[in-house]
Design a binder for this molecule. Structure first.
Ligand code: NAD
Length: 297
């Protein structure tokens, strides 16, 4: 596998570059009389992990100079009420990007609710419009986590053309769009899921492994080829505090070409890509160009 900058892929650092780059663009825009980008995040219920993620997103967006509407609805909010809130936010002229933090508590139906987010404001990229654009090869606002993975790979000069990429997981949020993005980047993509047999052999033969199974320690470091690049999307609280991922490095320094830590790998990139998408949605209304990457490919 051809990797320009091997080693640990520091998502905190790369996301920081994007956030500073964005903050400068916003300051320049607002400094010349422009309207700041507006992001609305709707959360339903008190899921503690969701509360942390929304706080991270809101803090990062405010730090970059965005206007942020951070709305929390009670656990027992009806479908109709959530839909009404989404429609009201979508109609506000100062809001460019609108997202619903998932998961939503039952019996709310996330698939139905996502359809109340207009495609051009869907900065999480999860609705049918944006998912359809990605699937047909004309991405616009791509889902933030896989977009963050792609940027981290780009920042580290990982050459995906012709690479054997294995995506573990096929969710709407991560695995499925991840596979499509890798396909667009000319990788040869295999998607593994809960019914896949002999994961170990698939991992061993892959140049790039993106693990998004949501199973702590599912993949063993020893399975991975020393020539491979391994991206761990999983996030799990550790019993002793802190976070761990889907890859178990078995207490050793990863013996692969490049890898992401948990925490500090994909998570911060997800937040940065949400801001990048919001800036893009804002630019379409206000007439400015999307941001170029703050580093050479
Ligand atoms: P999900 O539960 O919706 O999907 C998991 C996928 O993994 C499913 O498609 C399933 O088929 C597959 N899977 C489950 N067990 C498997 C097994 N034994 N072998 C192979 N495949 C298996 O989860 P998700 O929303 O895609 O999230 C996955 C993980 O990524 C979770 O740990 C989540 O917390 C994390 N996550 C991280 C970020 C981030 O920013 N870092 C963002 C979103 C999700």
């Amino acid at each position: 596998m051809d990797v320009g900058r091997p080693g640990r892929m520091d998502g905190r650092f790369v996301a920081g570059l994007w956030r500073e780059h964005l903050a400068r663009a916003v300051a320049d825009w607002v400094g010349t009389g422009g309207r700041p980008p507006g992001l609305a995040v709707v959360r339903v219920g008190e899921d503690p992990a969701s509360a942390v993620y929304v706080r991270q997103k809101a803090t990062a967006a405010r730090a970059a100079g965005f206007l942020v509407e951070d709305m929390v609805l009670p656990e027992d909010t009806s479908m109709e009420r959530v839909q009404e809130v989404l429609r009201d936010l979508a109609a506000r002229p100062e809001i460019d990007g609108l997202m619903l933090q998932l998961p939503v508590p039952p019996p709310l139906d996330a698939d139905v609710l996502l359809e109340d987010i207009p495609g051009e404001m869907d900065v999480d990229g999860l609705g049918i419009h944006q998912a359809g654009r990605l699937a047909t090869g004309v991405p616009d606002l791509p889902p933030c986590t896989p977009a963050g993975v792609m940027e981290l790979l780009r920042a580290h000069g990982v050459n995906l053309s012709g690479a054997r990429a294995l995506v573990i997981g096929r969710s709407r949020i991560v695995g499925r769009p991840m596979a499509q993005m890798l396909l667009h980047a000319d990788a040869t993509v295999t998607v593994a899921h809960s019914r896949t047999r002999d994961l170990e052999a698939l991992v061993a033969s892959a140049d790039l492994v993106v693990v998004a199974a949501g199973r702590s320690g599912l993949i063993k470091g020893a399975w991975c080829s020393p020539e491979s690049v391994v991206v761990d999307v999983g996030i799990h609280p550790r019993r002793e505090g802190g976070l761990t991922g889907d890859v178990d490095w078995q207490g050793e320094v990863p013996r692969v070409q490049a890898w992401t830590p948990v925490p500090g790998g994909v998570g911060p990139m997800t937040v940065a890509m949400l801001l990048v998408n919001t800036w893009r949605a804002h630019g379409r209304r206000e007439g400015h160009a999307p941001l170029e990457a703050p580093y050479a490919s």
